[in-house]
Design a binder for this molecule. Structure first.
Ligand code: KIV
Ligand code: ZN
Length: 390
């Protein structure tokens, strides 16, 4: 299904801001520039380049990315504070499509213990700072931090004021990864139905993975009207991470009828982007990580390998080529069967008759019991032995 001009899901990548904030993932400005060009190449709609007021280095990184990137919007984060917003605007001066992203918490817990502000003070701050941001930039995103634990009536009030004063994207973060999918989806449905002026803004999700639900929550938001999702490559981010871009993008692509909308990501670049982030940060991912993990397209069991050799659809719901992995691999180990062994031997140039294949298979199983993985060199010597070569 093609993504229409108004209805596609915008990908807001925060690898360089929320992702970079996590231990083991910090990046230098040249590394951020490398990642930013990869993200633009991927077709990301918005690249969040950083928090310009955090330090001179962060300002420099945001402004360098703003100068370099073409084709994607570049966003800078700011608290609801004049200095933050002015620094964000200055860092974005040379961006082709700048966005100021301002946030303030709306949950009573944050108001009482972190901000020490009353609800009315928060509403006043939203009016003042969205207005300021809008006077400096045509594209303003407002985030209600800890939205998923906020009083619903107060959240609606805050969002209505943000729209009224010029915010064009409204982000509803599940800041601490507390929400569950049905509840987070219902929150979006409620906001879509009850926030005055919502038709003038794009609703956005921003999910953290503390309960392992960040992607599921993001998809629930999309099902209920979100048309921007905030996410990171490999799901890096604060604590357990942010929603993983590759998982959201491929869920929409693999289940087009279910979601009825798509992103504009060039999916063949997902795996290269994941590898580049690992190379830059040194932060590795699990072998079984969905979409981009080493085992995502690897098959070891004999039954699965047999099915795969007849028709890949038996055990693969997407093709590895679609995400930039060159091909599926049939890993030869103790669970593998005769069909996979014969197939690999043919690839290595050994056409064995029935008796030799039986002998090779027996030798292979004995070896596989001793070794975790059997390599091509092992197979060559097994095949030569079975064939009776000198
Ligand atoms: O998790 C969060 O609430 C955030 C906001 C700043 C958008 O990262
Ligand atoms: Zn976050």
């Amino acid at each position: 299904m093609s993504a229409t001009a108004t209805d596609h899901v915008r990908i807001f990548d925060t690898t360089l801001r929320d992702g970079e904030q996590s231990p083991g993932c910090s990046m230098t400005t040249p590394q951020k520039l490398l990642m930013a060009s990869m993200l633009a190449d991927l077709g990301v709609d918005v690249i969040e380049a950083g928090f310009a007021a955090a330090s001179p280095d962060d300002f420099h990184a945001v402004s360098s990315i703003a100068k370099q990137v073409r084709g994607s919007s570049v966003a800078a984060l700011a608290r609801c504070q004049r200095n933050d917003i002015e620094r964000a605007a200055a860092a974005l001066e040379h961006a082709q499509a700048p966005r100021i992203h301002i946030f303030i918490a709306t949950s009573d817990l944050h108001l009482e213990h972190k901000l020490r502000m009353t609800r009315q003070q928060v509403l006043d701050s939203i009016v003042e700072h969205v207005t300021l941001a809008r006077s400096l930039c045509a594209d303003v995103e407002f985030s209600a931090e800890d939205a998923s634990r906020s009083d619903l009536g107060f959240l609606v009030q805050a969002l209505e004021l943000a729209i009224e004063h010029g915010a064009t994207t409204l982000n509803i973060p599940d800041t601490v990864g507390y929400a569950v999918p049905a509840e987070y989806g219902a929150l979006f449905a409620h906001l879509k139905a009850n926030v005055r002026g919502i038709e003038r803004a794009v609703l956005s999700s921003h999910c953290h993975d503390d309960l392992g639900l960040a992607v599921a929550n993001s998809l629930a938001a999309i099902e209920n009207g979100a048309r921007q999702v905030e996410c990171t490559i490999n799901g890096i981010g604060e604590r357990a991470g942010n929603a993983s871009m590759e998982e959201i993008v491929m869920a929409l692509r693999t289940r087009p009828q279910h979601f009825g909308t798509q992103t504009r990501i060039r999916t063949q670049k997902l795996y290269p982007a994941s590898r580049q982030l690992i190379a830059v940060t040194g932060s590795v991912i699990a072998r079984n990580k969905a979409i981009v993990g080493e085992n995502a397209f690897a098959h070891e069991s004999g039954i699965h390998q047999h099915g795969m050799l007849r028709n890949r659809a038996t055990y693969e719901i997407m093709s590895p080529e679609d995400v930039g992995v060159s091909r599926s691999s049939l890993v030869l180990g103790k669970h593998s069967g005769r069909a996979a062994l014969s197939d690999r031997l043919k690839q290595l140039g050994f056409e064995l008759d029935e008796a030799s294949l039986n002998q090779a298979f027996a030798a292979f199983k004995t070896l596989a019991d001793r070794k975790k993985e059997v390599f091509d060199a092992d197979l060559e010597s097994i095949a030569m032995g079975a064939r009776g070569d000198e």
